[in-house]
Design a protein around this ligand. Structure first.
Ligand code: HAM
Length: 423
C-alpha cells in the first residue's frame, strides 16, 4: 500500500522551496538592518507553557494543539506558535540581565490541528520576531514600518489593519459592555459565539458567520473605551506611521486569536488568497513575560505565515528571481574547460551561474536556459573562443550579440559586459 503524507502536513518541493529561501533571505536582511538576532527554540514545550501564554479559552489551546504524554507522564505539546517559547527562553536564560532590549527573530514550523484547507495547514511555518524591553509607541511604529518595507521589497500588495486592544485598566470595561451587547443579540449569534460571550467576548467580533457579522455591525468599539495612556500610545503610533507614509487602516473590529495582546495589535491582509488572507499577525503583549514567571518586561512582535506569503507571491505573480545571473552554454570540449573555470570564478564572487555543456547541443541548452528563466546566456563556441569571441543571447528578446571574451576579466566586470551586451 502506498503511504502518503499526513493530512494537513505537506511536502515543499524544490520549485516552491526556492521561493521560500528567497523570502527567508529577504526577511533576514531586513531583520539585520533593524538589529534583530536569531533565536532557535525547540518545537516541543511543556503543554502548560502554551495554556498559560495563549490562554485556556482560545481555539488554539482548547482544540488545536498536538499534545502527547511523554514516558515520564509529562504533558508535552508541539508548538502552535513561537512567542511563548521565545519568552520562556528569555526568562530561562535571564536575557534581560544581558541587554535592556532584546530583539529576536525565529523561523520554523508550527503545528495546529485546524481543519486543513487552502492556506491552512496543520504544520505551517512562521517567520516571527519579538522585541522585549520596549513599551513606547516608537518601537510599535518601527516594527510596522519594517513589515511594510519588507512587503514592499517583495512587491506585494497587502493592507495593514491596526487596532488598539487597550490594557488591563480599560479593557475590562469594554469587555463588559460588549458582553452586554452580545447578550442583547443572543438570538442572532451562532452557538460558538454564545460560548465565546461568556469566556472571551472580544472574539464575537472575529466570527466569520454572516449572521454574527450582521448582528455585531453596531457593536461598541474599543476605541471609545481606551484609557488616556492607551489612547495616547495609539495616536503616537498612527502619527509615526503617517509620517513615513505607511498606508494602514484602523480596524476597530480587529481582535486576535491569542489572549496575550494589549494595545497595538495588527494583521496584514492579502488580496487574492480567499478566506485565509492573513499573512501576518502580531501586537503588543505587555504583562506576558511576568505572567510566565519572568520580570516585568513589555513586549511586541509578529509572525508571518510563510505558506500564505508564498501563495501570495504566486497569486500576484511575483516570481522572486531564483534564476541564474548568467547561463553559460559551451559548445565543444575546449570551450567546456574554459567555461568550467569561468563559472567557478563567477560563483566564488557570489553570482548564480548555471553551466551546461556535457556535449549537449545549442538547442537543448537553450531549452534548459529558458526553463531556468535565465535572462542572459553566454554562448562559447570553440572556434570563436580561440579568436577571443563569444555570443550573448538575450533570452527575453531572443537576440544574439557578439562580445569580446576576455576570460581574465574580474567577475563583476565580466557580468557587466554580458549584461551590457545583451541590452
Ligand atoms: P497568529 O495570528 O496566530 O499569530 O499567526 C500568525 C500567522 O501565521 C497568520 O497570520 C498566518 O499567516 C499564519 N498561520 C497561522 N495559522 C496557520 C495555519 N494553520 N496554516 C497556515 N498559516 C497559518 C501568532 O502566531 C503570534 N505568535 C504572532 C505574534 C508574535 N504576536 C506577537 N509576537
Amino acid at each position: 500500500m502506498k503511504i502518503s503524507a499526513v493530512r494537513g502536513f505537506r511536502d515543499i518541493l524544490p520549485e516552491e522551496s526556492a521561493l521560500w529561501r528567497v523570502l527567508e533571505s529577504q526577511a533576514r536582511t531586513s531583520f539585520a538592518t533593524y538589529g534583530f538576532a536569531e533565536i532557535i527554540v525547540p518545537v516541543v514545550e511543556k503543554t502548560e507553557l502554551f495554556a498559560r501564554a495563549i490562554g485556556e479559552t482560545t481555539d488554539i489551546v482548547e482544540k488545536e494543539m498536538y499534545t502527547f504524554t511523554d514516558r515520564d507522564e509529562s504533558s508535552l505539546t508541539l508548538r502552535p506558535e513561537g512567542t511563548a517559547s521565545v519568552i520562556r527562553a528569555y526568562i530561562e536564560h535571564n536575557l534581560n540581565h544581558k541587554e535592556p532590549v532584546s530583539k529576536l527573530f525565529y523561523i520554523g514550523p508550527m503545528f495546529r490541528r485546524e481543519r486543513p484547507q487552502k492556506g491552512r495547514y496543520r504544520q505551517f511555518h512562521q517567520i516571527g520576531a519579538e522585541i522585549l524591553g520596549r513599551d513606547d509607541a516608537l518601537i510599535d511604529a518601527e516594527l510596522l514600518l519594517m513589515l511594510n518595507d519588507l512587503f514592499k521589497s517583495l512587491q506585494l500588495e497587502v493592507s495593514i489593519d491596526v487596532n488598539s486592544l487597550g490594557d488591563a485598566v480599560c479593557r475590562p470595561r469594554f469587555r463588559e459592555r460588549l458582553k452586554a451587547f452580545g447578550e442583547s443579540k443572543l438570538a442572532q449569534l451562532c452557538e460558538n459565539c454564545h460560548s465565546r460571550l461568556h469566556r472571551n467576548p472580544l472574539r464575537i467580533l472575529d466570527c466569520k458567520e454572516p449572521g454574527c457579522r450582521q448582528a455585531t455591525v453596531d457593536a461598541p468599539v474599543i476605541r471609545d473605551f481606551l484609557c488616556d495612556p492607551c489612547r495616547e500610545h495609539f495616536t503616537k503610533v498612527e502619527t509615526y506611521l503617517r509620517q513615513e507614509n505607511v498606508a494602514f487602516t484602523v480596524n476597530p473590529r480587529l481582535v486576535r486569536g491569542l489572549d496575550y495582546y494589549c494595545r497595538t495589535s495588527f494583521e496584514i491582509l492579502a488580496h487574492g488568497l480567499g478566506s485565509q488572507n492573513a499573512v501576518c499577525g502580531g501586537g503588543r503583549y505587555d504583562g506576558l513575560v511576568e505572567q510566565l514567571g519572568g520580570p516585568a518586561v513589555p513586549g511586541i512582535g509578529f509572525a508571518i505565515g510563510v505558506e500564505r506569503l508564498v501563495m501570495l507571491l504566486q497569486a500576484q505573480e511575483r516570481h522572486l528571481s531564483t534564476a541564474p545571473d548568467v547561463f553559460i552554454a559551451p559548445l565543444g570540449e575546449v570551450a567546456e574547460g574554459r567555461a568550467f573555470s569561468l563559472a567557478r570564478r563567477l560563483r566564488q564572487e557570489g553570482y548564480r551561474v548555471e553551466l551546461e555543456g556535457g556535449g549537449r547541443g545549442l538547442k537543448a541548452q537553450m531549452r534548459r536556459a529558458d526553463k531556468l528563466n535565465a535572462r542572459h546566456v553566454l554562448i562559447l563556441g570553440e572556434n570563436e573562443l580561440t579568436a577571443g569571441k563569444g555570443t550573448v543571447r538575450d533570452m527575453q528578446t531572443k537576440t544574439d550579440r557578439p562580445l569580446a571574451v576576455d576570460l581574465t576579466l574580474p567577475a563583476q566586470a565580466m557580468i557587466d559586459v554580458i549584461r551590457e551586451t545583451s541590452h
